[in-house]
Ligand binder design. Sequence first.
Ligand code: NAD
Ligand code: MG
Length: 385
Amino acid sequence: MTARTLTILGATGSIGASTLDLVRRQRHKWRVVALTANGNATELAALAREFGAEIAVVADEGALPALREALAGSGIEAAAGPGALVEAASRPADLTIAAIVGCAGLAPTMAAIEQGALVGLANKEALVSAGDVMTAAVARSGATLLPVDSEHNAIFQCLAGNDPADVLAITLTASGGPFREWSAAQLAAATPAQAVKHPNWSMGAKISVDSATMMNKGLELIEAFHLFPVGLDALRIIIHPQSIIHSMVEYRDGSTLAQLGPSDMRVPIASTLAWPRRMDTPCAPLNLAALGQLTFHAPDELRFPATRIARAAAEAGGAAPAVLNAANEVAVAAFLAGHIGFTRIAADVENVLARGLPPAPASLEDVLAVDAEARIRARELLELA
Ligand code: NAD
Ligand code: MG
């Protein structure tokens, strides 16, 4: 069997590490083309050497000398900057895992899609921002988008072999995050350290804060809207604190299919790596008897308004989701840096959206322009200058 070629955009992150953990367990099946990171040249070079990558790319041009030095004598190419990221992503690969965080991953993810091969999408912000621009590129290039996000991977599995016309509803489950039971007063005083401590999942800082505000579920609602064309009204959200059911699809005959599994991203990543087959993972199997019960309740959009704001942005369409995402990225970074309080994140996103919207983006360049402009407006509003 010839090895499949693999590129990982965002190889040094949480999703990147989980992907490489699985690849490490079946090295002979994969040949790594490109590995990328933001600025951590030492870690990226170590991974590139371990996996015999063709090329390693850092987004931050200042990190290029360190990357070159760390790769000296290895024969592995070193490159830096946004253009180099796109060039690396456009090198032929059977599977690309898009795992950069934020809209920063959009251009390289689009380059991977243009190849027309398989793209495992973890980078939800890219799809939220680009929306139809990305789905049109997928259709045009003949690429297959495989959802890595656990909820969307679950839905993808529950839809397999069924006719989308028979779907009544899709329910995204949400853990509710670390502040699920906090009062409004407690939320106002929440710190970055508390927000990044997720009860069930171990993830990067940005998505951890998004889980705490519930904006993660809002972004996932928009992600699902584009991946599974059943209409916004058929998309629901339910709080399920145990994070065992990763999402569900309800059919018109009264059957609801759910995907269950441990809260470990290696499960959805494995389903992407092996698709349409299955592979082993090191994850402990579910022990439902030990868990005892799975519980559910409706989301509280008064304490956690982000899902309401995201649904409204999806309904508005056009540039709204890209503006929502950009404003959220700016606000989350400001919160993590200690500049604003926790509850201002969602409030500021809503304020940026309320200031009017640019025309609907029709190309990648348009989306990037909407994103850049919304960031400026968000910074002004947050008085970050
Ligand atoms: P992370 O912060 O751990 O890693 C992000 C990766 O992107 C790193 O390799 C980093 O070097 C790179 N990066 C960061 N900024 C960059 C920039 N400006 N340009 C280029 N590269 C940059 O994030 P993560 O938790 O692995 O999440 C990655 C994506 O996957 C996010 O979109 C997140 O929402 C999604 N996701 C993550 C999880 C999870 O469990 N971690 C689950 C579902 C979806
Ligand atoms: Mg998710």
